[in-house]
Design a binder for this molecule. Structure first.
Ligand SMILES: NC(=O)c1ccc[n+]([C@@H]2O[C@H](COP(=O)([O-])OP(=O)(O)OC[C@H]3O[C@@H](n4cnc5c(N)ncnc54)[C@H](OP(=O)(O)O)[C@@H]3O)[C@@H](O)[C@H]2O)c1
Length: 293
C-alpha cells in the first residue's frame, strides 16, 4: 500500500481487544497513530475505530485492510489452527502490500526445534519471511499475568499445582510485551526476532514463595505428573484437549531450561529493565490476597 505523504500513520491492530492488543492500541493512539481494531464485537480503546469481523475470517481481514491501512500489529489467540489462521492473514497482508507488520509470537518459537504454542508461531513467522513484507517479530516468555489463573486457588489457601518438577522461567509482564510490540510497530524497522524476557529466572516453588511473601500467607507448590495433567487438565481446568497438551509440552520444555535465559533484547528495546515479578505482585496484590472470611 502506497504510503501517504500526510496524516497520521493508519495502524490496524488484529487482536486489538485482547489482553495484549488493548494495551498496544492505547500506546499507539498515544504515539499519534490512527488505530483500527478488528473485533467480533468487543469494546475497543477510546479513540480507536472498531471494524467488525473475526480475525479467523479472511474476508473480514481483507475488508479491514480495504479501509486504508499502513501498518498491522498481528496478535492471534491460542487456537488449535493458529498457524494456519495467521498464515491466511499474512497472505491478505501481502496482497494488500501493507507497509509494516509487527507480529506477536512466543519465545518457544525460537527454540530449536520450536515447541508447544511456538510450533504455530514458527509456521506464521516463516510465512511472514516468505511474504517479503517488512516486519518485526516479538517472542515473549511466559506472562507474569498468567499467574492470575491460580489467584482463586491461592486466595482459598490451595497450593499452585503445575506439571513441572524443576527448571526456572524468566517471566515477563504483559504490559512490557504490549509496550515492546507498540514500539516495534511505531519504529517500523525490519529486524531479526526480539526475545522478551523478565529480568530474572525463577523456579515455580520460588514464585509460590514470592506470592506468599507479598500477600502474607503460605503458598505451597505441588508437581502434577505430566501424564496425569494431560488427562486431567481438560476436565479440571476446562481446557480444550489440544490446548492441555500444548500447556504440558511447554512445561516439559521449561523443565529442560528453555525459558531460563534472560535476554538483553528487552532492555535494549524498552530503554529500561523489564518489570520484575515483585512489581507485578505489588500491582496485583488484591488478586492473590487471602479471602476475608
Ligand atoms: N500467555 C502467555 O504466557 C504467552 C506467552 C507468550 C506468547 N503468548 C502469545 O500471546 C498471544 C495471545 O495474546 P492475548 O492474550 O493478547 O490474546 P487474547 O486476549 O487471548 O485474544 C486476542 C483476541 O482474539 C480474539 N479471539 C479470541 N478467540 C477467538 C476465536 N475463537 N476466533 C476469533 N477471534 C478470537 C478476541 O477478539 P474479539 O473477541 O474482539 O474478536 C481477543 O480479544 C498468543 O498468540 C500466545 O501464543 C502468550
Amino acid at each position: 500500500m502506497a504510503h501517504r505523504m500526510t496524516g497520521p500513520i493508519r495502524t490496524l491492530v488484529i487482536g486489538g481487544s485482547g489482553q495484549i492488543g488493548a494495551r498496544v492500541t492505547g500506546r499507539l493512539l498515544a504515539m499519534g497513530h490512527a488505530v483500527s481494531v478488528l473485533t467480533r464485537g468487543a469494546a475497543v480503546a477510546p479513540g480507536a475505530r472498531a471494524l467488525t469481523g473475526a480475525l479467523s475470517d479472511r474476508s473480514a481481514v481483507r475488508a479491514a485492510l480495504e479501509t486504508g491501512i499502513d501498518r498491522v500489529v498481528l496478535i492471534t489467540p491460542d487456537m488449535r489452527d493458529q498457524g494456519e489462521v495467521e498464515t491466511a492473514i499474512i497472505a491478505e497482508l501481502a496482497a494488500a502490500k501493507v507497509g509494516f507488520v509487527a507480529k506477536l509470537s512466543a519465545q518457544s518459537a525460537g527454540l530449536s526445534p520450536p515447541v508447544s504454542f511456538g510450533r504455530h508461531h514458527a509456521v506464521a513467522e516463516r510465512a511472514l519471511v516468505v511474504s517479503g513484507l517488512p516486519h518485526a517479530v516479538l517472542r515473549p516468555t511466559f506472562y507474569q499475568d498468567s499467574l492470575l489463573l491460580f489467584a482463586g486457588d491461592i486466595r482459598r489457601g490451595k497450593p499452585m499445582m503445575l506439571p513441572v518438577k524443576s527448571g526456572r522461567v524468566a517471566m515477563v509482564a504483559a504490559s512490557d510485551v504490549a509496550e515492546a510490540l507498540a514500539l516495534l510497530a511505531h519504529r517500523a524497522e525490519p529486524r531479526s526476532p526480539v526475545t522478551l524476557t523478565g529480568p530474572a529466572a525463577l523456579s515455580f516453588p520460588d514464585i509460590a514463595g514470592m506470592i506468599g511473601a507479598a500477600t502474607g500467607q503460605r503458598v505451597g507448590f505441588r508437581t502434577v505428573p505430566a501424564l496425569l495433567a494431560r488427562l486431567v487438565l481438560p476436565l479440571a481446568a476446562g481446557l480444550p484437549f489440544w490446548k492441555a497438551q500444548l500447556v504440558v509440552d511447554l512445561f516439559r520444555a521449561i523443565e529442560r531450561g528453555a525459558q531460563e535465559p534472560v535476554s538483553r533484547d528487552g532492555p535494549a528495546l524498552l530503554g529500561r529493565p523489564p518489570a520484575t515479578l515483585s512489581d507485578f505482585l505489588a500491582a496485583r496484590h488484591a488478586d492473590f490476597a487471602p479471602d476475608a472470611s
